[in-house]
Design a protein around this ligand. Structure first.
Ligand code: FAD
Length: 336
């Protein structure tokens, strides 16, 4: 909501895109190319920023995350889209039928600013909540990883540890076996293997280490091992972790959009009512990328943004056709 230091504005856009990662920039590109007035608000904290490169993105394998967004921003701007640096701290709806969404943008060092939008595309991503293990956060995205399709190739044939935070670690331990024959599962007091799981791990040659984990060790800026609370250290060259995820979505609460538990049990997300287009339960608001689908890699987030952009454009056209027909009929009544 507006506070004393908020500058209201008559700045109105067809679409405000909240978040300028792969999903938001792809949506904005679709909309800009459809000759829509689109504004992207982004505070430059892409989820994969700690990683050296984006992998498994056809034709862009290894590109630095911020180089990808730099290229994306340039493409949006080349088609007339606008990008502003700032954090969206609130969105509310008022009774303006043409542009009902009021978006508050906070930029350090300046007063908050309000912009209006006819439609919203929310692509604000998520936060990975890392387990509280000493030294782990510093290595996140380098040799402490979560996704074999993003990093498996880079850590192949190393001893790969899997740090359990839930029973999902079983899935990861079997999955990472595709990239290395040396997998060590640290159960970390987070679950107990049943007989079938223990047999599967034995059959696949996975070493199981029980007991809580205290810290990860590194030398010369490379992971060397995992130390347990009881003092044992097990050598590993990479560590896979399942971090719980939390959608970055508090700013849409006033619209009635609340984060809920994702069906896969990996954390929270904003749910769509039409996954293919990203339409949400709130009329006029679309969702794309990790804010709604935590498992989407960069290329999938970009694809979702593209679909949402096209759906929003059609929604605007539908409203514009209805307005034109109403105006035509009113004119005919006057002429008659
Ligand atoms: C360490 C790591 C490495 C990864 N490596 C790969 C890989 O190699 N290949 C791959 O395909 N995937 C990889 N991923 C997954 C990848 O990060 C996601 O698929 C991708 O970031 C999703 O794009 P997005 O646009 O949905 O979200 P993001 O890229 O996270 O973009 C969201 C944007 O919204 C902005 N934002 C958030 N809240 C606000 C707000 N209130 N106001 C304004 N702006 C806001 C953020 O600053 C950010 O710029 C990796 C993930 C991690 C954690």
């Amino acid at each position: 909501m507006t506070n004393q230091n908020t500058r209201p504005t008559d700045e109105v856009h067809d679409v405000v895109v909240i978040g300028g990662g792969a999903a938001g920039l792809s949506g904005a590109l679709s909309l800009a190319r459809a000759r829509r007035d689109v504004l992207v608000v982004d505070d430059d904290r892409p989820r994969n920023a700690p990683a050296e490169g984006v992998h498994a993105f056809l034709t862009r394998d290894g590109v630095a995350p911020r180089e990808l967004t730099r290229l994306g921003r340039a493409e949006v701007e080349a088609h007339g889209g606008a990008i502003t640096s700032g954090t969206v701290t609130g969105v509310h709806r008022d009774d303006d039928p043409d542009a009902p969404f009021v978006v508050t943008v906070t930029t350090p060092g300046t007063d908050d600013r309000e912009v209006r939008a006819r439609r919203l595309l929310v692509t604000s991503g998520l936060v990975d909540e890392l387990p509280a293990v000493d030294g782990l956060a510093e290595r996140w995205g380098r040799d402490v990883v979560h996704c074999p399709y993003c990093h498996g190739w880079e850590v192949r044939d190393r001893v790969i540890g899997v740090l359990a935070t839930s029973p999902f670690a079983m899935h990861q331990a079997l999955l990472f076996g595709q990239w290395s024959r040396d997998i060590v599962l640290f159960t970390n007091d987070s679950f107990t293997l049943d007989d079938e799981q223990a047999e599967q791990l034995r059959a696949r040659g996975v070493t199981v280490v029980d007991g809580p984990v205290a810290r990860v060790r590194a030398e010369d800026d490379a992971l060397t091992g995992v130390t347990l609370v009881d003092g044992r250290t097990v050598e590993v060259g990479a560590l896979a972790v399942v971090a719980r995820v939390r959608s970055r979505a508090g700013f849409v609460a006033d619209l009635g959009l609340e984060a809920t538990e994702h069906p896969a049990g990996v954390g929270t997300h904003l749910a769509t009512v039409e996954p293919f287009t990203g339409r949400s339960a709130v009329p006029g608001v679309w969702l794309a990328g990790n804010v709604t689908e935590p498992m989407a890699q960069v290329v999938a987030a970009a694809a979702a943004g593209t679909m949402a952009g096209a759906a929003i454009n059609m929604d605007l056209i539908t409203a514009e056709v209805a307005a034109s027909v109403a105006a035509l009929r009113a004119g005919e009544r006057i002429d008659a």
